[in-house]
Every structure is written in structure tokens, then in C-alpha cells.
Design a protein around this ligand. Structure first.
Ligand code: 8YV
Length: 314
């Protein structure tokens, strides 16, 4: 039989990436099919590569319907939505888009940290409500000189730390193992890190390995003067425990770019000025999304033309 030539797109992607895929490869769009099962039965055997987002991944039933699939290309650095072990067992290669989004995610983490501690978004709402004319605004927490704990010292965690060095903060981190050659203090557990730090910045990967890592215990260790910043995945935090800690003021505040069940945001958080709520936008700049789209396309194209990926996952 002819080698498979079809590219399967699983979800809407950046328009420029979609255009490039459509122009240069025979691309079919699964998310636009009214009957996915029938569509996969007909086109599945011709699919050589799948292109998807970090959010959608390639579900098991789709992977199983693609007998000659050779590569899964993710738009995004996270890929926990795809069962990589299952793919590997079949000899399917997997790529993501590391590095190109590190700056923007780290920039946003620092911005969100300053926002929640200095109450910027809440102050903006206060001005817009016309309250400046009447009452004083509550005092905020100082950022410079604080102790920041980074949970997960990978590419993004390190970029957050580097930026925060400019604020004269003390920096500690926790990750599975100590990282060689960094000047920051290693904490042996997430709880020990939260205990020591004024602010906990979550920058781990998602998936089963980190599920619920920021537990009730960790939030208690962070304490009533402590802040949480999450630019990783909602799954890393025990969200009901976080909502309880925030509503009962057992932690001082949180800046959240990610949630357990996006785009659902827990209702009790909507009325809290101690929380900054963001719609998963850490990588969402024109420059970074274009770079992610280009890297995703380079992976796809290299696989289709040379049989290998540019940035395979570790
Ligand atoms: C999303 C992200 O990928 O890269 C990641 O892992 O979470 C984001 O950059 C983006 O929303 C596209 O799915």
C-alpha cells in the first residue's frame, strides 16, 4: 500500500498554522466532522501524523483509530493530554514546542505575582467603581525582598527565578531532584518550600506525576501571609482546598492562569479581590504564538519529509 500522507488536525489551531498545514500537506480536520467515528474509519488508515494542542492532545480512542500514525505534534509545551507511553509502545514519536514560550510564561508569572501582591487588578476595579473619591485603598504586600519558592525548576521555573533576581528576593525551589549549578536553596518537599516562602510559584509540568502536589497541607504551610501563583496546570493544585483556603483567608491571595476544568472558574473566587483570575494566557502574545506555530509546523514538516521530529519530547 501507499505510505500514509494525511495529516489529522484535532482542534482549532493558530490561523497561520492552520493555513500552512492546509497549503503544504493534505490536512483533514477531525473537530469539524459531525460523525467522528465514521470519519476516522474512512480516513484513519491514511493518517501519518496528528497535530493537536496541549489542551486536547490525542485521546486514546483517536490514537487507536490511526493504525499507521507515526507522529503526534503538539502546539504547546505541555502534552499531558496525550498518553505518551501508549504512543511510544506503538513507535509513534511525540513533539511539543519548548523554549519559544518560556519568556512569555515567565513574564506573565512575574506580572501576576506583582498584580496579586500589590492588588493591581483590584485597585483598577476600585478606581473604575469611583471609590477613590470616598475611601482609602487597603494597603498591599511588598514584593521586593520577599522569599519566593519556585515549584518545578525547569525552563520556565528558572526563567521566573532569573527575572525575580532583579527584585532582590530570596529564592528557593523544589523539584524531583536538586538541580546542579543553580544558586537557589533546594527544599526537600513542596510543603517545606511553602513553609519557608512568602510566595509559591507553580511552574511544574502537569499530568499524573504532579496531580494535587499543592495540597491542603502545602496551602496551610504557605500560611495567612502567603501567596500562590500558578502558571502550570490547574491539576497541580487541589482546587477545592485552594478555594476553601482563599475564602477562609487561610492564605493571603492567589494569581491563577490555569484551572482544573477550564474554562470553568470556581464561582466562589469571582467575588474575591485577593485573587487574580486569568484565562490561560501565559503564552498568548502575538510573537510567542507565532513562534509556537512555526515550531509546530517545522516538527510536522520534518516528520512528513524526513521522518523525524525537530523537538521530540524527552
Ligand atoms: C497552550 C500551554 O498550549 O504550552 C502549553 O502547555 O498551556 C499553552 O501554551 C496554548 O493555550 C495552546 O494550546
Amino acid at each position: 500500500p501507499d505510505p500514509p500522507r494525511t495529516v489529522l488536525q484535532l482542534c482549532p489551531l493558530l490561523p497561520s498554522l492552520e493555513a500552512e498545514l492546509a497549503a503544504r500537506h493534505h490536512t483533514v480536520r477531525l473537530h469539524e466532522q459531525p460523525d467522528r467515528t465514521a470519519f476516522l474509519a474512512e480516513h484513519g488508515p491514511a493518517v501519518a501524523a496528528a497535530v493537536t494542542s496541549a489542551r486536547v492532545g490525542v485521546p486514546d480512542d483517536v490514537m487507536d483509530a490511526l493504525p499507521r500514525l507515526g507522529a503526534i505534534v503538539h502546539f504547546g509545551v505541555g502534552y499531558e493530554t496525550t498518553d505518551v507511553a501508549r504512543a511510544r509502545a506503538r513507535g509513534i514519536d511525540v513533539s511539543n514546542t519548548p523554549d519559544v514560550l518560556t519568556d512569555c510564561v515567565a513574564d506573565l508569572a512575574v506580572g501576576a505575582l506583582i498584580d496579586v501582591m500589590r492588588r493591581l487588578s483590584a485597585a483598577d476595579r476600585y478606581v473604575r467603581r469611583g471609590e477613590w473619591e470616598q475611601a482609602g485603598y487597603p494597603l498591599a504586600a511588598k514584593v521586593s525582598g520577599k522569599h519566593v519558592g519556585i515549584l518545578g525548576l525547569g525552563r520556565i521555573g528558572r526563567a521566573v527565578a532569573t527575572r525575580l533576581e532583579g527584585f532582590g528576593v530570596r529564592l528557593s525551589y523544589h523539584s524531583r531532584r536538586p538541580v546542579d549549578g543553580v544558586p537557589y536553596t533546594y527544599a526537600p518537599s513542596a510543603e517545606a518550600l511553602a513553609e519557608a516562602a512568602d510566595v509559591l510559584v507553580v511552574a511544574t509540568s502537569g499530568g499524573e506525576g504532579t496531580r494535587g502536589l499543592v495540597s491542603e497541607k502545602v496551602l496551610t504551610a504557605l500560611g495567612p501571609q502567603g501567596y500562590l501563583v500558578n502558571v502550570a496546570r490547574g491539576s497541580v493544585v487541589d482546587e477545592p482546598a485552594l478555594v476553601a483556603a482563599l475564602t477562609q483567608r487561610r492564605i493571603a491571595g492567589a494569581a491563577l492562569d490555569v484551572f482544573a476544568d477550564e474554562p470553568h472558574v470556581p464561582e466562589p473566587l469571582l467575588g474575591l479581590d485577593s485573587v487574580v483570575l486569568l484565562p490561560h494566557i501565559a503564552s498568548a502574545t502575538r510573537e510567542t504564538r507565532e513562534a509556537m506555530g512555526e515550531l509546530a509546523f517545522r516538527n510536522l514538516h520534518a516528520f512528513m519529509t524526513e521522518g523525524s521530529l525537530v523537538t521530540p519530547v524527552p
